[in-house]
Design a protein around this ligand. Structure first.
Ligand code: HEM
Length: 348
């Protein structure tokens, strides 16, 4: 191994994880700024132009909406640069086949997709006051992609920090139950995006939430209004499932990490339920929507971490990026896969 290569690989121990964690934190901010675009109705600030803004690269005499929409495009463009840097560093600093390379590539792919979904939304005119049901669908897909992107960045950061590779197959019920939980949370988030759109386009009715529900099912109501009630109902169902998932994973994959992250998930679920009901009671003011979205992102990340820790609880070897660990990334089953045995490795 050449001296240069040795030095650069050793550097991966700090620079790659740092960049991955920074990219994750930065993307959460970009998501919140995206919500500000929606709340301020600035989505059409660049007209029906994408990637140009009002047909030019730098708009002259921009309105406030143009500045907000353009800044969202620029900040999400920077996410793309972050992802490219992540891929470049991962390929430069980790050995072939390292999981961080896969995570970085996946993150880049999802960022490109994110930009395309946003672009389609603008080009089809599904912005500002558009009440087209297709807007609800695109908004939901946008949110699902965003959650997947956060998950991919989190996994990249974990792998770059030496976390074990994730083994998807042969996990038994723990695997199915974990993926079902993540799937439910994803669908709940998508439904939330439709509810948020409904709150933007059709302000909650004066009076009680029941008045809003009645109005949402009047003969003239649009599909987006009809669907607004779905999210709170799904939230109760999903929360109950995730509480159970925590209990179940603690039993079949015991260990400090699973204990810790199940507690975090439960606490966040409680906080999110309070925020959700407060949202309805207060008729979804902007600051409350941002709080609810931030909590949703953190809850999603905590659930990904819980399932990651549970599904790697039986892994013995570490996915270290240290130069001396050329055989890193390997996944070895624990000596005893018995459900009640104490797993070795990270989770012990
Ligand atoms: C427990 C887990 C929950 C998750 C993960 C979740 C997630 C979300 C997400 C991702 C959005 C879209 C935010 C945006 O695009 O800006 C949303 C919106 C919304 N959610 Fe939830 N939610 C949960 C619980 C609840 C509950 C229990 C209620 C009410 C009983 C509720 C009421 C709302 C309302 C009214 C909106 C639209 C206003 C807004 O965007 O804040 N949510 N939710």
């Amino acid at each position: 191994m050449s001296k240069t290569l040795t030095v650069s690989r050793a550097g991966a121990g700090t620079w790659l994880p740092r960049l991955a964690w920074a990219a994750l934190a930065y993307n959460v901010l970009v998501i919140l700024w995206g919500a500000v675009v929606r709340l301020t109705g600035a989505g059409a600030g660049c007209g029906e132009h994408w990637p140009l803004c009002n047909g030019v690269v730098v708009p002259q005499d921009p309105t406030l909406h143009t500045i907000i929409e353009l800044s969202h495009r620029l900040t999400s463009g920077l996410s793309g640069l972050f992802a490219i840097a992540l891929v470049a560093l991962a390929f430069r600093l980790t050995p072939k086949g390292h999981a961080a390379r896969f995570g970085a590539l996946l993150s880049l792919g999802l960022i490109v997709l994110e930009g395309l979904v946003g672009g389609v939304q603008v080009l089809l005119g599904l912005t500002a006051t558009s009440t087209d049901p297709a807007r609800g669908l695109v908004q939901g897909i946008h949110l699902a992609n965003t959650f997947l992107l956060l998950g991919a960045l989190l996994l990249t950061a974990l792998w770059a920090s030496g976390g074990p590779r994730l083994r998807v197959r042969k996990q038994g019920v723990a695997g199915w139950a974990s993926f079902a939980g993540l799937g439910l949370l994803l669908v709940l988030g998508m439904a939330g995006a439709v509810t948020a759109l409904g709150d933007l386009l059709f302000l909650p009715a004066d009076g009680t939430p029941v008045d809003t529900v009645k109005r949402d099912f009047a003969a003239t109501a649009s599909l987006i209004q009809n669907l607004r009630v779905l999210h709170p109902m799904l939230a109760i169902l999903t929360s109950a499932y995730l509480v159970w998932l925590g209990v179940f994973l603690r039993r079949v994959r015991p260990g400090a990490q699973v204990q810790r992250w199940s507690l975090v998930v439960w606490s966040l679920l409680g906080a999110q339920m309070v925020a959700g009901f407060a949202n309805i009671a207060l008729k979804a003011p902007g600051w409350m929507q941002l709080t609810h979205l931030l909590l949703a992102c953190v809850l999603w990340l905590a659930t990904v971490l819980l399932t990651y820790r549970a599904l790697t609880a039986l892994t013995v070897s570490s996915n270290s990026v240290s130069p001396n660990n050329a055989s890193a990334n390997s996944v070895a089953p624990a000596p005893s896969p018995l459900p009640h045995s104490t797993p070795k490795g990270r989770n012990a």
